[in-house]
Design a protein around this ligand. Structure first.
Ligand code: 2AL
Length: 242
């Protein structure tokens, strides 16, 4: 039994449930997927401020997962918040959904476009495309201007689907990457509308995480991802002392 923990870094529990369903829909029968939200943090992540304040809650969930012998983690927010720090704490693999989606997109096409929530998050998506080495493959990052928490309202699905179809045509991209975990269950509909492969990072990261566990791969402890040096953390962060 492989145990994968999918962490929704925001505190919107309906979104956590939907993310959990999407991860379970693709996971192997022998994989147990648990979807959780941190006990503290923003209800949605759509600014650098939100992202920074989401990270302590994500790290607390990783520490809890380590005590519970979780095999691998998915950080289910498209900014990949806290990904490097999480790798310093976790023995098993930790995957971000932007990271997984961009890798998957470039395995099934040469180019991709990202459709995300607010325009203010597009810079972060570009940063990650550069960081992961996919900037040349990324033909565009487009915002639907629907805030994360409005994605579950009925008009959002049709609006995102329509934008994906336009973007696939305009950018001439081989694949579409959904730029928010709140869009995870839009995948099938967007695939039908665009006619190109559509990648939901939650599903991609869940399957990649399973594969890495099956390959016996764990996070390297040699260099930058070695356990942080022990020191005191004060004030509100005192419980993070290692
Ligand atoms: C996200 C996401 O995936 N979860 C969240 O709260 N914000 N991403 C985004 N581009 O808005």
């Amino acid at each position: 039994m492989t145990r994968i923990r999918v962490i929704n870094p925001n505190t919107a529990l309906a979104m956590t449930e939907s993310i959990g369903r999407c991860a379970r829909a693709v996971a192997s029968p022998s994989t147990e997927v648990t979807a959780v939200s941190p006990a503290m943090g923003p209800e949605s992540i759509e600014s650098h401020y939100d992202e920074a304040l989401a990270v302590p809650g994500v790290l607390a969930e990783i520490a809890k997962g380590e005590r519970e012998s979780v095999d691998a983690y998915v950080i289910a927010c498209f900014g990949d918040p806290g990904l490097d720090a999480a790798r310093e704490l976790a023995a098993g693999p930790v995957l971000g959904i932007a990271e997984a989606a961009m890798h998957a997109a470039t395995m099934v096409g040469r180019t991709f476009s990202v459709v995300t929530t607010l325009a203010r998050t597009t810079g972060r998506a570009w940063d990650l495309a550069h960081r992961y080495g996919f900037a040349a493959a990324c033909r565009g990052v487009h915002a639907c201007e629907i805030p994360v928490l409005d994605l579950e309202k009925p008009p959002a699905r049709a609006a995102v689907t329509e934008l994906c179809a336009q973007v696939a045509e305009r950018d001439g991209s081989d694949a579409i990457v959904l730029g928010c975990a709140g869009m995870a269950d839009f995948c099938a509909e967007v695939s039908r509308a665009t006619g190109v492969p559509v990648i939901d990072g939650v599903a991609a990261a869940t399957r990649f995480a399973e594969s890495l566990v099956a390959l016996g791969l764990r996070t390297s402890t040699r260099g930058e991802y070695a356990r942080p040096r022990p020191k005191r953390y004060s004030g509100l962060l005192r419980d993070f002392t290692i």
